[in-house]
Structure formats: structure tokens, C-alpha cells
Write a protein that binds this ligand. Structure first.
Ligand SMILES: Nc1ncnc2c1ncn2[C@@H]1O[C@H](COP(=O)(O)OP(=O)(O)OP(=O)(O)O)[C@@H](O)[C@H]1O
Ligand SMILES: [Mg+2]
Length: 416
């Protein structure tokens, strides 16, 4: 193989160890613009020079040209290696001059071509299925069979995709080993790497901004956060994110709420306001931090809410006392029977407008969901996850929401 010096800055750091990943099944998934396609295209180019033969597929052949094919040509140019390749555009084949190994491209809609494609020398060592969620389980099984025969290289099947829908076969087939909150998991023969736009330092500020201000909760979840999309049981769909500087400057009255946390959970506080006439809740700012002892929390709160009252989780009376002795106007939430469901129902009856800077609250709102029973039926019990800032929001507005308090909320009222 020709000596290639790979400038360290040409590959996003999160992907670098994966240049040498030998796992049979490799999944690269996550949000839009996270650098998956560019990385995998770059890896193809380096691999083919090292003696691997690739079949690169998408569901629809004509989409390959504008995606993988172009990405690979760009990667060749970025690495300054054009002279090492023969590029036959009409056949959709790229051949490494040093060893005759090839990158073959095919759409799964062209069954004949897929069947007939074989590399010039050796056997196929790799399949890269781009936008794999477009493809069926049968497509995957068929292609997996193509990876056979003698080779000094380990056979690998790489899938890249956005996690569009959790009931997808890819989730069922590969995600047993997956743990939420992790970026990388390894199972038997499987490696899974999750990335988001935050992992891609080549993204322009405009692209970043577009992803961060995504309005649609489902798109925000899948394409901004790179989480598996679940449409069914999200609790809040009635929210949007935008720049609230103007509303904040005009706001006559702020409400503050606080949920305590320390090691495992963050301490979470919000600054919000209520537009009673239009039934709209504005959230202007969030505080979200782990490991804060009360003295440090009090310092943060002095900047956050000054001497304005802040309604806190009543489960920690000692912390509330401590904050008071440190000069914070901390009050205990009243809570009471069904207060969680009631608070949720009340918030569901409002439009929630969140400032774009409240990254964690946006994440919570798009992930907070109802529990399900064993048959997958939705229960009127919220999961005790992704709820720190949301709890703080309920406390902040507790007084408002309990003015005309309804009795126990029914399933219908909760939107179930
Ligand atoms: N190593 C790199 N060098 C230069 N630019 C890069 C690199 N990686 C990513 N980029 C830039 O970031 C953009 C987004 O990357 P890419 O298309 O690989 O994301 P993706 O994760 O495949 O997104 P999607 O899920 O939308 O397909 C690219 O169009 C390119 O401009
Ligand atoms: Mg891509």
C-alpha cells in the first residue's frame, strides 16, 4: 500500500478509532450532519488501498450518485489521492491502481446488477449500506450472504442511518446491547456508534443553528439529538423553540422553579412566564448542573433569580432551609395528590414556548414519555426520566395551575 499520511484534523475525533474497527456488523447512527457519511466514505478510500473490496448500496440506485459516489470522490480529493484511482463513472466503479481492489456501487432496486457485481480481484470484504433504514430486513440478509469466501481481511457489514423509528428491524436486530446515554456499545459481533452534530466540527454555524432551532419535537429528537424516534407516547407535543429575547425584555413577571439533584441527577431550575390570555407558557432560561452543593447552588441562584421567590421540590426541606439562610427566597412546592398528573395536564393545555438556548429542556420535552405495560399499552404514569427541568417548570407554575384545580385527571384529558 502507498504511504499515506493522514492529517489528524481531516477526520472527526469520535470516528478515528473506527478506521480500524474489525467488528462484523458496524452501525453508525445518530442525528443529521454528524459526519457519518463523510467518515465512512473516507474509510472506504483508505480501505480499498489496503486490499478491501466494497459493495456500497442504497435502496434506490439513482440516489447513490448524489450521495456516496460524490462523497467518495470528495474524500479522494481531500486526501490528495486522485492519481491512485481509476474512476469509471459510466459503470459506477472505482478501482485502486496499486492492487486492483474496487469500490462497487449498486441500488437495491437493481436486482440484476447486485447479483452480477463481483470485484476484479479477490472477494467482497465489505458492504456499506447507506441510509440503511430505507432497506428491508430481507435486503440485509441477502447482502450479508454476499460476504463470503477467502480473504485475509475480516468481513464487515456497515450500516449508517438516522434512527427514524424505534420499531424498525435494525433496532430489533442489533440494539439489544444498546444503553441510552452511551455513545458506543459493543455486543456479539456488533459495534454501535451514536453521533450528533456536536461531534462534527466541520459543520457550519448555520447548519448548527438550523438543527438547534428545529421546531418539530419528532424531528428534533431524531435529527438533532440522534435518538430513536417514537411517535406514540411522548407527553408534550405542544411546544416549540425560538429566540425569546424580545418577550423576555417585555415580561412583567417571572416565575422560578427548582428541582434538587446532586450526583446522579442534575439540579434543575427554570425561569418562566405565563401569558394567561393566550394560554402560553414562556421558558426563558434554565439552570442544569450536577454536583452542586447548596452553597454553590445558592451562588448560581443569586444570578439566576435574585431575590424573587423560587418554588422548590418539597422533598428536601433541609435544602430549602439552607438556601433561605444563604439569601435565596426558596419556597416549598405544595404537591399533593395527583399533582404530577395535574401539572402535566395543565401544561398540556398551554402552548409551551422555549428559548432556543434551553438545550436541556428541549431535550427533556422531546424525551419525556408515558410508561407502558407489558403489552405495550400506554399507562397514565409518566416515566421517571427526562423530567428534572419539567418538574421545575411544574413547581414554578404550581400556584397558577392550582388556582382552579381540577379533580383527578382522566386519560382523555391527558391525551392518551
Ligand atoms: N471529515 C470532514 N472533513 C470535512 N468536512 C466534513 C467532514 N465530516 C463532515 N464534514 C462536513 O459536515 C457535513 C455533514 O456531514 P455528513 O454528511 O457526513 O453527516 P451525516 O451524519 O451523514 O448526516 P445525515 O444523517 O444527514 O446523512 C458534510 O456535508 C461536510 O460538509
Ligand atoms: Mg449521511
Amino acid at each position: 500500500m502507498p504511504r499515506i499520511t493522514l492529517p489528524p484534523e481531516c477526520i472527526n475525533r469520535v470516528y478515528r478509532p473506527h478506521l480500524e474497527n474489525e467488528e462484523r456488523y458496524q452501525l453508525y447512527f445518530g442525528g443529521a450532519g454528524s459526519g457519518k457519511s463523510v467518515f465512512l466514505a473516507t474509510r472506504c478510500v483508505l480501505d480499498v488501498l489496503r486490499g478491501r473490496n466494497y459493495l456500497i448500496v442504497r435502496k434506490v440506485g439513482r440516489t447513490l450518485r448524489s450521495s456516496c459516489w460524490n462523497e467518495i470522490l470528495k474524500a479522494i480529493d481531500r486526501l490528495g489521492l486522485r492519481s491512485l484511482f481509476r474512476i469509471t463513472k459510466s459503470d459506477g466503479i472505482i478501482t485502486a491502481e496499486n492492487n486492483g481492489c474496487q469500490l462497487l456501487f449498486a441500488g437495491l432496486d437493481d436486482v440484476e446488477r447486485i447479483k452480477s457485481l463481483t470485484p476484479l480481484t479477490g472477494v467482497l470484504t465489505d458492504v456499506w449500506m447507506e441510509e440503511a433504514t430505507e432497506c428491508t430486513y430481507e435486503d440485509f440478509k441477502q447482502l450479508d450472504k454476499r460476504l463470503r469466501g477467502e480473504s485475509r481481511h475480516k468481513k464487515r457489514f456497515t450500516l449508517s442511518f438516522n434512527p427514524v423509528y424505534q420499531r424498525h428491524w435494525i433496532f430489533r436486530q442489533f440494539f439489544d446491547c444498546w444503553q441510552d446515554g452511551k455513545k458506543l456499545c459493543r455486543g456479539k459481533n456488533v459495534s454501535i456508534l451514536k453521533t450528533t452534530y456536536r461531534d462534527n466540527r466541520f459543520l457550519t454555524p448555520d447548519d448548527r443553528q438550523a438543527l438547534e432551532s428545529e421546531q418539530d419535537p419528532y424531528f428534533y429528537q431524531v435529527y438533532t439529538l440522534g435518538n430513536w424516534g417514537v411517535l406514540g407516547d411522548v407527553i408534550f407535543r405542544n411546544w416549540q423553540a425560538r429566540d425569546l429575547t424580545e418577550e423576555r425584555n417585555r415580561c412583567p413577571q417571572f416565575f422560578y422553579g427548582l428541582d434538587f439533584g446532586f450526583a446522579k441527577d442534575p439540579c434543575a431550575a427554570v425561569c418562566c412566564a405565563l401569558d394567561r390570555k393566550n394560554k402560553r407558557v414562556y421558558v426563558f432560561a434554565e439552570l442544569y448542573e450536577k454536583g452542586l452543593i447548596n452553597a454553590r447552588l445558592a451562588d448560581r441562584l443569586k444570578d439566576f433569580c435574585g431575590h424573587t421567590p423560587i418554588v422548590c421540590d418539597s422533598a428536601e426541606p433541609k435544602s430549602i432551609q439552607e438556601l433561605r439562610s444563604l439569601g435565596i427566597h426558596a419556597l416549598a412546592a405544595k404537591k399533593g395528590k395527583d399533582s404530577v398528573l395535574h401539572g402535566i395536564q395543565w401544561l398540556q393545555g398551554h402552548e409551551i414556548v422555549v428559548d432556543v438556548k434551553c438545550t436541556h429542556l428541549k431535550e427533556e420535552l422531546s424525551l419525556y414519555r408515558w410508561q407502558q405495560d407489558q403489552e405495550g399499552r400506554t399507562l397514565p404514569i409518566p416515566q421517571d426520566k427526562h423530567n428534572h427541568l419539567i418538574d421545575a417548570l411544574r413547581y414554578a407554575l404550581e400556584h397558577e395551575s392550582t388556582c382552579r384545580r381540577a379533580t383527578t385527571a382522566g386519560k382523555g384529558e391527558l391525551g392518551l
